[in-house]
Write a protein that binds this ligand. Structure first.
Ligand code: CTP
Ligand code: K
Ligand code: MG
Length: 166
């Protein structure tokens, strides 16, 4: 899950500049995504996720970790891109509900990256998904993700990278 977990904190660290929606509004008069979704955050996040995944591929050749899922370049790319597309889709629906940038949206805020990453895997690499990800590891992901999300956001808030601790 590293290629899916890294993009969000890297986007928070490196994001800023031009928003993806270029300031445009949906027909409800609210922003498409809002100022919290920028091109720089998207690209920096995806590149970081892919980079850590490529390191995982390299490490799996150097050490015997055959019990763990074996990443491929495609799985790594789908996990990273999917994580931030899930985050982007989440913001679209958040704006439709009238929630301002940075507002809390429990469950969606924690699982957007999991939904995005696994949806892309399911569509573009189902054979990898079903051969490498066991039900047990998926359940672990569902339990660990909100805990990791909370921990990294508190760290981000303390380091003044994030404006709110969620
Ligand atoms: N970020 C970015 N580009 C992205 C995703 C995130 O620049 N594609 C940066 C923004 O600075 C954002 C921060 O990372 O404020 C934290 O991300 P997130 O919590 O997902 O955004 P929010 O500001 O909470 O916005 P939203 O309410 O739309 O989720
Ligand atoms: K997020
Ligand atoms: Mg947020």
């Amino acid at each position: 899950m590293l290629p899916a977990y890294l993009p969000n904190p890297v986007a928070a660290l490196c994001g800023g500049g031009a928003p993806i929606d270029a300031g445009r509004q949906y027909r409800d008069g609210r922003r498409f995504f809002g100022d919290g979704k920028t091109w720089r955050g998207l690209f920096a996040g995806i590149m970081a996720g892919v980079a850590v995944g490529v390191l995982q591929i390299w490490a799996s050749g150097a050490y015997d970790i055959s019990m763990l899922p074996q990443q491929t370049f495609l799985s790594v790319a789908l996990l990273s891109v999917g994580a931030l597309l899930g985050d982007l889709a989440k913001s679209f629906f958040k704006r439709r509900l009238g929630k301002e940038r940075g507002a809390k949206w429990p469950i969606a805020d924690q699982y957007d990256l999991v939904a995005g990453a696994f949806l892309l895997l399911l569509v573009f690499s189902p054979a990898w998904l079903f051969s490498e990800v066991t039900l047990l590891s998926f359940i672990c992901i569902l339990i660990l993700t909100p805990l990791l999300h909370r921990a990294t956001n508190i760290i981000g808030y303390v380091l003044k990278v994030k404006e709110v601790p969620w």
